[in-house]
Design a binder for this molecule. Structure first.
Ligand code: SF4
Ligand code: SF4
Length: 133
């Protein structure tokens, strides 16, 4: 197996009031426990939460789109309105397996995420933990 390009860590720091990753076309997948967590956070019965905030793609639950291509939970300040209960997919970004596959993918992602290349170096152990959490 080739050595991971991020063996010495990667520089990343989410930028305040950016929201770029939440404001583009995409699918945020949510598991059963995540649906429950989000519904509880919003103090809604789960069936109502499903009706208002979810759609199905290939049989899987994903969050509805909001205005334009934005996620339905992105607010006008470009912040996540369900931050404490946000899905795992959002928590681990940009440490997604396909982005960590090769340097080119990481560099390409930096065109969309201004936090890539900024801040402290996140060590490989921490990246591994996030990637598999
Ligand atoms: S695009 Fe990057 S910097 Fe901007 S909110 Fe998302 S993770 Fe943070
Ligand atoms: S749930 Fe929050 S963090 Fe995830 S895409 Fe939507 S606005 Fe962004």
């Amino acid at each position: 197996m080739p050595e991971e390009f991020w063996k010495d860590g990667l520089r990343f720091e989410c930028q305040p009031n950016c929201g770029a990753c939440c404001n583009q076309k995409g699918e945020v997948h949510v598991s059963g426990p995540e649906i429950h967590r989000l519904a509880t956070f919003l103090r809604l019965p789960t069936p109502e939460f499903r009706k208002r905030f979810l759609r199905r793609v290939h049989g899987q639950h994903v969050l509805q789109d909001g205005a334009g291509d934005a996620c339905i939970f992105l607010n006008e300040k470009m912040q996540c309105s369900v931050y404490a209960a946000r899905p795992e997919q959002c928590r681990i970004y940009p440490f997604w397996p396909h982005i960590l596959k090769e340097r080119l993918a990481w560099d390409w992602e930096s065109l969309k995420c201004p936090g890539i290349g900024k801040g402290e170096i996140i060590p490989a152990e921490e990246i591994k933990r996030r990637k598999t959490s």
